[in-house]
Design a protein around this ligand. Structure first.
Ligand code: HEC
Ligand code: HEC
Ligand code: HEC
Ligand code: HEC
Length: 215
Protein backbone atom coordinates (compact mmCIF):
# COMPACT_ATOMS: atom_id res chain seq x y z
CA UNK A 1 0.00 0.00 0.00
CA UNK A 2 2.72 2.42 1.05
CA UNK A 3 4.74 1.44 -1.98
CA UNK A 4 1.80 2.19 -4.25
CA UNK A 5 1.40 5.63 -2.65
CA UNK A 6 5.09 6.36 -3.03
CA UNK A 7 4.86 5.30 -6.67
CA UNK A 8 1.90 7.64 -7.20
CA UNK A 9 3.74 10.53 -5.56
CA UNK A 10 6.75 9.87 -7.77
CA UNK A 11 4.61 9.68 -10.89
CA UNK A 12 2.86 12.93 -9.94
CA UNK A 13 6.25 14.59 -9.41
CA UNK A 14 7.46 13.42 -12.82
CA UNK A 15 4.29 14.71 -14.46
CA UNK A 16 4.54 18.08 -12.74
CA UNK A 17 8.14 18.52 -13.87
CA UNK A 18 7.21 17.45 -17.42
CA UNK A 19 4.41 20.06 -17.40
CA UNK A 20 7.01 22.54 -16.17
CA UNK A 21 9.25 21.82 -19.15
CA UNK A 22 6.34 22.33 -21.55
CA UNK A 23 5.45 25.66 -19.88
CA UNK A 24 9.10 26.76 -19.84
CA UNK A 25 9.35 26.14 -23.56
CA UNK A 26 6.03 27.82 -24.24
CA UNK A 27 7.61 31.06 -25.39
CA UNK A 28 10.70 29.68 -27.09
CA UNK A 29 10.70 28.02 -30.51
CA UNK A 30 10.88 24.55 -29.05
CA UNK A 31 10.09 22.40 -32.07
CA UNK A 32 12.58 21.71 -34.83
CA UNK A 33 11.28 21.86 -38.40
CA UNK A 34 8.97 24.08 -40.38
CA UNK A 35 5.68 22.78 -38.91
CA UNK A 36 4.42 25.35 -36.40
CA UNK A 37 7.29 27.75 -37.20
CA UNK A 38 6.92 31.33 -38.43
CA UNK A 39 7.04 29.95 -41.99
CA UNK A 40 4.18 27.49 -41.51
CA UNK A 41 1.36 29.28 -43.34
CA UNK A 42 -0.91 26.22 -43.55
CA UNK A 43 -3.65 27.76 -41.39
CA UNK A 44 -3.72 31.24 -42.97
CA UNK A 45 -6.91 32.37 -44.68
CA UNK A 46 -4.81 33.64 -47.59
CA UNK A 47 -3.50 30.10 -48.17
CA UNK A 48 -6.66 28.06 -48.86
CA UNK A 49 -4.57 25.06 -49.98
CA UNK A 50 -3.78 24.43 -46.31
CA UNK A 51 -0.33 23.26 -47.40
CA UNK A 52 3.00 24.38 -45.95
CA UNK A 53 5.42 24.05 -48.88
CA UNK A 54 3.14 25.39 -51.64
CA UNK A 55 3.55 29.04 -50.65
CA UNK A 56 7.23 28.79 -51.66
CA UNK A 57 7.63 25.58 -53.72
CA UNK A 58 5.75 23.59 -56.34
CA UNK A 59 6.44 20.18 -57.87
CA UNK A 60 5.51 21.46 -61.36
CA UNK A 61 5.49 24.69 -63.37
CA UNK A 62 8.07 26.35 -61.13
CA UNK A 63 9.25 29.95 -61.56
CA UNK A 64 12.73 29.64 -63.10
CA UNK A 65 13.53 33.37 -63.25
CA UNK A 66 16.01 33.05 -60.37
CA UNK A 67 18.93 30.82 -61.33
CA UNK A 68 19.28 27.86 -59.02
CA UNK A 69 16.01 28.51 -57.17
CA UNK A 70 14.53 25.31 -55.70
CA UNK A 71 11.23 24.66 -57.60
CA UNK A 72 10.11 28.20 -56.73
CA UNK A 73 6.39 28.98 -56.56
CA UNK A 74 6.36 32.56 -55.23
CA UNK A 75 6.40 35.79 -57.23
CA UNK A 76 9.93 37.26 -57.25
CA UNK A 77 10.90 40.81 -56.32
CA UNK A 78 12.20 43.15 -59.02
CA UNK A 79 13.19 45.92 -56.58
CA UNK A 80 16.45 47.85 -56.80
CA UNK A 81 18.05 47.76 -53.34
CA UNK A 82 20.11 50.37 -51.50
CA UNK A 83 23.24 48.48 -50.42
CA UNK A 84 25.22 48.48 -47.18
CA UNK A 85 28.38 50.59 -47.18
CA UNK A 86 30.93 51.73 -44.61
CA UNK A 87 34.45 53.13 -44.51
CA UNK A 88 35.85 49.88 -43.07
CA UNK A 89 34.07 47.39 -45.33
CA UNK A 90 36.50 45.29 -47.40
CA UNK A 91 33.99 43.16 -49.32
CA UNK A 92 32.54 44.22 -52.67
CA UNK A 93 28.78 44.79 -52.54
CA UNK A 94 26.28 44.02 -55.30
CA UNK A 95 22.51 43.71 -55.70
CA UNK A 96 21.07 40.73 -53.77
CA UNK A 97 21.76 37.43 -55.51
CA UNK A 98 19.33 34.55 -56.06
CA UNK A 99 19.10 32.95 -52.63
CA UNK A 100 18.55 36.24 -50.77
CA UNK A 101 16.22 37.52 -53.48
CA UNK A 102 13.90 34.62 -52.65
CA UNK A 103 13.63 35.84 -49.04
CA UNK A 104 13.27 39.45 -50.10
CA UNK A 105 10.39 38.40 -52.36
CA UNK A 106 8.30 38.54 -49.19
CA UNK A 107 10.51 40.48 -46.78
CA UNK A 108 11.18 43.61 -48.87
CA UNK A 109 7.46 44.43 -48.78
CA UNK A 110 7.10 44.99 -52.53
CA UNK A 111 5.55 41.60 -53.37
CA UNK A 112 2.39 40.34 -51.63
CA UNK A 113 2.95 37.25 -49.48
CA UNK A 114 -0.08 35.64 -51.11
CA UNK A 115 1.32 36.07 -54.63
CA UNK A 116 2.19 32.42 -55.19
CA UNK A 117 1.16 29.72 -57.63
CA UNK A 118 0.97 32.29 -60.43
CA UNK A 119 -1.25 34.67 -58.47
CA UNK A 120 -0.49 38.39 -58.99
CA UNK A 121 -3.44 40.00 -57.19
CA UNK A 122 -2.46 39.29 -53.57
CA UNK A 123 -3.14 41.92 -50.93
CA UNK A 124 -1.29 40.60 -47.86
CA UNK A 125 2.07 42.32 -47.32
CA UNK A 126 4.79 41.71 -44.73
CA UNK A 127 4.51 43.86 -41.61
CA UNK A 128 6.31 45.22 -38.56
CA UNK A 129 9.73 43.84 -37.64
CA UNK A 130 9.47 41.28 -40.42
CA UNK A 131 9.69 44.04 -43.02
CA UNK A 132 13.34 44.37 -44.12
CA UNK A 133 12.43 46.76 -46.95
CA UNK A 134 14.43 47.71 -50.04
CA UNK A 135 16.91 49.82 -48.07
CA UNK A 136 19.58 47.32 -46.98
CA UNK A 137 22.03 50.02 -45.87
CA UNK A 138 21.05 49.41 -42.23
CA UNK A 139 21.25 45.61 -42.45
CA UNK A 140 24.12 43.13 -42.18
CA UNK A 141 25.64 42.94 -45.69
CA UNK A 142 24.58 40.01 -47.92
CA UNK A 143 25.33 38.60 -51.37
CA UNK A 144 29.08 39.18 -51.33
CA UNK A 145 32.02 36.77 -51.60
CA UNK A 146 33.56 35.75 -48.28
CA UNK A 147 36.74 33.83 -49.02
CA UNK A 148 40.27 33.40 -47.69
CA UNK A 149 41.37 36.58 -49.50
CA UNK A 150 38.71 38.65 -47.70
CA UNK A 151 39.80 37.17 -44.37
CA UNK A 152 43.37 38.22 -45.15
CA UNK A 153 42.29 41.74 -46.16
CA UNK A 154 40.19 42.12 -42.99
CA UNK A 155 42.07 40.58 -40.08
CA UNK A 156 38.90 40.47 -37.98
CA UNK A 157 37.46 37.57 -39.97
CA UNK A 158 38.17 33.84 -39.84
CA UNK A 159 39.23 32.03 -42.99
CA UNK A 160 35.89 30.46 -44.04
CA UNK A 161 37.49 27.52 -45.83
CA UNK A 162 39.36 26.27 -42.74
CA UNK A 163 37.42 27.64 -39.75
CA UNK A 164 34.80 25.28 -38.27
CA UNK A 165 31.24 26.62 -37.97
CA UNK A 166 30.11 24.51 -35.04
CA UNK A 167 27.49 23.00 -37.36
CA UNK A 168 29.57 20.04 -38.51
CA UNK A 169 31.79 21.49 -41.23
CA UNK A 170 33.52 24.75 -42.13
CA UNK A 171 31.95 28.21 -42.41
CA UNK A 172 32.15 27.78 -46.17
CA UNK A 173 30.44 24.38 -46.32
CA UNK A 174 27.76 25.11 -43.70
CA UNK A 175 26.96 28.81 -44.02
CA UNK A 176 27.94 30.16 -47.43
CA UNK A 177 26.11 29.69 -50.73
CA UNK A 178 28.55 29.67 -53.69
CA UNK A 179 31.15 31.27 -51.37
CA UNK A 180 28.76 34.11 -50.52
CA UNK A 181 27.11 35.40 -47.35
CA UNK A 182 23.33 35.35 -47.89
CA UNK A 183 20.28 35.58 -45.61
CA UNK A 184 20.59 31.81 -45.21
CA UNK A 185 24.09 32.13 -43.74
CA UNK A 186 22.40 33.13 -40.49
CA UNK A 187 18.83 31.87 -41.00
CA UNK A 188 17.29 28.49 -41.72
CA UNK A 189 14.11 29.15 -43.67
CA UNK A 190 12.78 25.71 -42.65
CA UNK A 191 13.65 26.14 -38.93
CA UNK A 192 16.05 23.20 -39.14
CA UNK A 193 17.77 23.96 -35.86
CA UNK A 194 14.72 25.13 -33.89
CA UNK A 195 16.49 28.27 -32.65
CA UNK A 196 14.41 31.46 -32.16
CA UNK A 197 14.32 33.87 -35.13
CA UNK A 198 14.92 30.89 -37.43
CA UNK A 199 18.65 31.19 -36.78
CA UNK A 200 21.05 28.47 -37.96
CA UNK A 201 22.55 28.41 -34.47
CA UNK A 202 22.00 30.15 -31.15
CA UNK A 203 23.30 33.70 -30.89
CA UNK A 204 23.64 33.43 -27.12
CA UNK A 205 26.76 35.37 -26.06
CA UNK A 206 26.89 36.35 -29.77
CA UNK A 207 27.96 32.82 -30.76
CA UNK A 208 26.54 33.28 -34.27
CA UNK A 209 28.48 36.52 -34.86
CA UNK A 210 31.67 35.05 -33.38
CA UNK A 211 31.49 32.13 -35.81
CA UNK A 212 32.84 34.39 -38.58
CA UNK A 213 34.09 37.49 -36.76
CA UNK A 214 37.33 37.09 -34.82
CA UNK A 215 36.71 39.76 -32.17
C1 HEC B 1 8.69 30.60 -46.71
C2 HEC B 1 9.20 29.92 -47.87
C3 HEC B 1 9.48 28.46 -47.81
C4 HEC B 1 8.66 27.45 -47.37
C5 HEC B 1 7.26 27.57 -46.78
C6 HEC B 1 9.36 26.21 -47.64
N1 HEC B 1 10.57 26.47 -48.20
FE1 HEC B 1 11.89 25.13 -48.89
N2 HEC B 1 13.19 26.61 -49.45
C7 HEC B 1 12.92 27.95 -49.33
C8 HEC B 1 14.07 28.71 -49.77
C9 HEC B 1 14.20 30.22 -49.79
C10 HEC B 1 15.03 27.77 -50.18
C11 HEC B 1 16.41 28.08 -50.76
C12 HEC B 1 17.53 27.58 -49.91
C13 HEC B 1 17.66 28.30 -48.62
O1 HEC B 1 17.73 29.51 -48.62
O2 HEC B 1 17.70 27.61 -47.59
C14 HEC B 1 14.43 26.45 -49.98
C15 HEC B 1 15.05 25.26 -50.29
C16 HEC B 1 14.44 24.02 -50.24
C17 HEC B 1 15.01 22.79 -50.71
C18 HEC B 1 16.38 22.63 -51.37
C19 HEC B 1 17.51 22.90 -50.43
C20 HEC B 1 17.41 22.11 -49.18
O3 HEC B 1 17.25 22.74 -48.12
O4 HEC B 1 17.37 20.86 -49.22
C21 HEC B 1 14.12 21.80 -50.45
C22 HEC B 1 14.27 20.33 -50.77
C23 HEC B 1 12.96 22.42 -49.82
N3 HEC B 1 13.19 23.77 -49.70
C24 HEC B 1 11.84 21.75 -49.42
C25 HEC B 1 10.76 22.31 -48.74
C26 HEC B 1 9.61 21.56 -48.27
C27 HEC B 1 9.41 20.06 -48.46
C28 HEC B 1 8.76 22.46 -47.69
C29 HEC B 1 7.45 22.19 -46.99
C30 HEC B 1 7.46 21.18 -45.95
C31 HEC B 1 9.40 23.77 -47.79
N4 HEC B 1 10.62 23.63 -48.41
C32 HEC B 1 8.84 24.95 -47.37
C33 HEC B 1 11.76 28.50 -48.86
C34 HEC B 1 10.68 27.83 -48.32
C1 HEC C 1 6.25 33.52 -48.71
C2 HEC C 1 6.81 34.67 -48.07
C3 HEC C 1 8.11 34.49 -47.33
C4 HEC C 1 9.32 34.06 -47.80
C5 HEC C 1 9.66 33.62 -49.22
C6 HEC C 1 10.24 34.12 -46.71
N1 HEC C 1 9.59 34.57 -45.59
FE1 HEC C 1 10.37 34.85 -43.73
N2 HEC C 1 8.54 35.32 -42.99
C7 HEC C 1 7.41 35.52 -43.74
C8 HEC C 1 6.32 35.95 -42.88
C9 HEC C 1 4.91 36.29 -43.32
C10 HEC C 1 6.85 35.99 -41.57
C11 HEC C 1 6.11 36.39 -40.28
C12 HEC C 1 5.37 35.18 -39.77
C13 HEC C 1 4.69 35.39 -38.47
O1 HEC C 1 5.36 35.27 -37.42
O2 HEC C 1 3.49 35.65 -38.46
C14 HEC C 1 8.25 35.59 -41.67
C15 HEC C 1 9.12 35.52 -40.60
C16 HEC C 1 10.49 35.38 -40.73
C17 HEC C 1 11.44 35.47 -39.64
C18 HEC C 1 11.11 35.71 -38.16
C19 HEC C 1 10.96 34.37 -37.49
C20 HEC C 1 10.48 34.43 -36.09
O3 HEC C 1 10.44 33.33 -35.47
O4 HEC C 1 10.11 35.50 -35.59
C21 HEC C 1 12.69 35.32 -40.19
C22 HEC C 1 14.00 35.34 -39.46
C23 HEC C 1 12.52 35.12 -41.61
N3 HEC C 1 11.16 35.14 -41.90
C24 HEC C 1 13.55 34.94 -42.50
C25 HEC C 1 13.40 34.55 -43.82
C26 HEC C 1 14.49 34.17 -44.69
C27 HEC C 1 15.94 34.19 -44.31
C28 HEC C 1 13.95 33.81 -45.89
C29 HEC C 1 14.65 33.26 -47.10
C30 HEC C 1 15.62 32.18 -46.91
C31 HEC C 1 12.51 34.01 -45.78
N4 HEC C 1 12.23 34.44 -44.51
C32 HEC C 1 11.58 33.79 -46.79
C33 HEC C 1 7.30 35.31 -45.10
C34 HEC C 1 8.28 34.82 -45.93
C1 HEC D 1 24.82 38.00 -40.25
C2 HEC D 1 23.64 37.31 -39.85
C3 HEC D 1 22.33 37.65 -40.47
C4 HEC D 1 22.05 37.83 -41.81
C5 HEC D 1 23.01 37.75 -42.99
C6 HEC D 1 20.63 38.08 -41.90
N1 HEC D 1 20.07 38.07 -40.66
FE1 HEC D 1 18.10 38.28 -40.20
N2 HEC D 1 18.53 38.20 -38.22
C7 HEC D 1 19.77 37.89 -37.68
C8 HEC D 1 19.66 37.82 -36.23
C9 HEC D 1 20.80 37.51 -35.28
C10 HEC D 1 18.31 38.08 -35.91
C11 HEC D 1 17.68 38.07 -34.51
C12 HEC D 1 17.08 39.34 -34.11
C13 HEC D 1 18.05 40.48 -34.09
O1 HEC D 1 19.14 40.34 -33.53
O2 HEC D 1 17.70 41.52 -34.69
C14 HEC D 1 17.63 38.31 -37.19
C15 HEC D 1 16.27 38.63 -37.32
C16 HEC D 1 15.59 38.64 -38.52
C17 HEC D 1 14.14 38.79 -38.66
C18 HEC D 1 13.15 38.95 -37.52
C19 HEC D 1 13.09 40.36 -37.08
C20 HEC D 1 12.49 40.52 -35.73
O3 HEC D 1 12.72 41.59 -35.16
O4 HEC D 1 11.84 39.59 -35.22
C21 HEC D 1 13.85 38.74 -40.00
C22 HEC D 1 12.49 38.84 -40.65
C23 HEC D 1 15.11 38.55 -40.70
N3 HEC D 1 16.13 38.50 -39.77
C24 HEC D 1 15.21 38.41 -42.06
C25 HEC D 1 16.42 38.41 -42.75
C26 HEC D 1 16.52 38.47 -44.21
C27 HEC D 1 15.36 38.52 -45.17
C28 HEC D 1 17.85 38.48 -44.49
C29 HEC D 1 18.50 38.67 -45.83
C30 HEC D 1 18.08 39.85 -46.59
C31 HEC D 1 18.58 38.38 -43.22
N4 HEC D 1 17.67 38.35 -42.20
C32 HEC D 1 19.96 38.31 -43.10
C33 HEC D 1 20.93 37.68 -38.38
C34 HEC D 1 21.07 37.80 -39.76
C1 HEC E 1 28.65 33.77 -42.03
C2 HEC E 1 29.64 34.67 -41.48
C3 HEC E 1 29.18 35.87 -40.69
C4 HEC E 1 28.30 35.90 -39.64
C5 HEC E 1 27.57 34.73 -39.00
C6 HEC E 1 28.22 37.28 -39.23
N1 HEC E 1 29.00 38.04 -40.04
FE1 HEC E 1 29.21 40.04 -39.92
N2 HEC E 1 30.25 40.03 -41.67
C7 HEC E 1 30.77 38.93 -42.26
C8 HEC E 1 31.62 39.33 -43.35
C9 HEC E 1 32.40 38.38 -44.24
C10 HEC E 1 31.57 40.74 -43.40
C11 HEC E 1 32.27 41.66 -44.38
C12 HEC E 1 33.48 42.29 -43.66
C13 HEC E 1 34.25 43.23 -44.55
O1 HEC E 1 34.23 43.06 -45.77
O2 HEC E 1 34.90 44.15 -44.02
C14 HEC E 1 30.69 41.15 -42.32
C15 HEC E 1 30.37 42.46 -42.01
C16 HEC E 1 29.90 42.87 -40.79
C17 HEC E 1 29.89 44.24 -40.31
C18 HEC E 1 30.28 45.47 -41.12
C19 HEC E 1 31.76 45.68 -41.05
C20 HEC E 1 32.19 46.96 -41.70
O3 HEC E 1 33.42 47.15 -41.81
O4 HEC E 1 31.36 47.79 -42.11
C21 HEC E 1 29.46 44.20 -39.02
C22 HEC E 1 29.36 45.37 -38.07
C23 HEC E 1 29.13 42.82 -38.73
N3 HEC E 1 29.42 42.05 -39.81
C24 HEC E 1 28.62 42.38 -37.53
C25 HEC E 1 28.07 41.10 -37.36
C26 HEC E 1 27.23 40.75 -36.24
C27 HEC E 1 26.85 41.66 -35.10
C28 HEC E 1 26.90 39.45 -36.43
C29 HEC E 1 25.97 38.60 -35.59
C30 HEC E 1 24.59 39.08 -35.46
C31 HEC E 1 27.53 39.00 -37.67
N4 HEC E 1 28.23 40.05 -38.18
C32 HEC E 1 27.46 37.73 -38.18
C33 HEC E 1 30.51 37.63 -41.92
C34 HEC E 1 29.62 37.23 -40.94
Amino acid sequence: MKEKMAMRVMLAAVMISLAGIVIMNGNAQAAVGITGSAHDFSSKTWNPSGEICRVCHTPHDANTSVTGAPLWNHAVTTANFTLYSSSTLNATMAQPGGPSKLCLSCHDGTVAIDNFGGRTTGTKFIWGNYLIGTDLSNDHPISFTYDAALATADDGLYNPTTQTSGLGGTINSDMLIDDKVECSSCHDVHNGSGVADLLVKSNGASALCLTCHNK
